[in-house]
Write a protein that binds this ligand. Structure first.
Ligand SMILES: CC(C)(COP(=O)(O)OP(=O)(O)OC[C@H]1O[C@@H](n2cnc3c(N)ncnc32)[C@H](O)[C@@H]1OP(=O)(O)O)[C@@H](O)C(=O)NCCC(=O)NCCS
Length: 161
């Protein structure tokens, strides 16, 4: 019995509410996904967050796209994408889990699922901030040096705004 148990003589405290965890469903076919399911607030901290329509175009254009859906709402709460040549090499450009759903393994599950889909590739690479290296090392990744170019104007100018 938990600390809020209601055994004999303990009538003054209510029973602890049950802990209800949302059921998360992972989909690797995004053809039926709609922009309405992508309005949760992705692209945290981006200078000009892409619209839900642009986000959907990214998912559909990726070689592999895996989304985590909250089964109760049908909303996408996390996603990962990979782009590649179909044979040797792939790159993971984006991984994100909505803040309210973080810290319960969804990000790790998304990485495991995308790596499984890419298991026949020689190289799978991504670029991340230094504080996230340990997260990826726990999933079997090896730290490498990275270089990137960013063009915020491309986010604003895109016709799928
Ligand atoms: C990184 C991210 C996808 C992890 O998703 P998640 O569902 O919380 O991941 P998990 O629950 O599987 O793992 C959580 C672990 O991630 C690590 N982590 C997440 N963000 C981190 C950060 N900014 N710095 C250091 N560690 C971080 C922590 O070790 C955490 O462990 P804890 O729960 O013991 O604290 C999520 O934090 C996110 O969307 N962040 C913003 C976007 C981003 O940084 N994406 C990665 C681009 S390379």
């Amino acid at each position: 019995m938990g600390p809020g148990g209601s055994g004999a003589g303990m009538g003054s405290r209510a029973r602890d509410p049950p802990i209800l965890l949302d059921v998360i469903v992972y989909l690797d076919d995004v053809s039926a996904l709609t922009a309405d399911q992508l309005h949760g607030g992705f692209f945290e901290g981006w200078p000009a967050p892409p619209s839900a329509e642009l986000h959907l175009a990214h998912l559909r254009g990726a070689e592999v796209a895996i989304v985590a859906l909250d089964d109760a709402t049908g909303e996408v709460v996390g996603f990962v994408t990979a782009i590649g040549d179909g044979v040797l090499a792939a790159f993971i450009p984006l991984l994100e889990v909505l803040p309210a759903y973080r810290g319960r393994g969804i990000g790790s599950d998304l990485v495991r699922h995308v790596l499984d889909r890419l298991r026949d590739r020689y190289s799978v690479d991504l670029v991340c901030d230094p504080d996230l290296v340990a997260f990826y090392e726990r999933l079997g990744g090896v730290a490498l040096a990275g270089v990137g170019w960013r063009n915020p104007a491309a986010l604003r100018a895109h016709r799928l705004h």
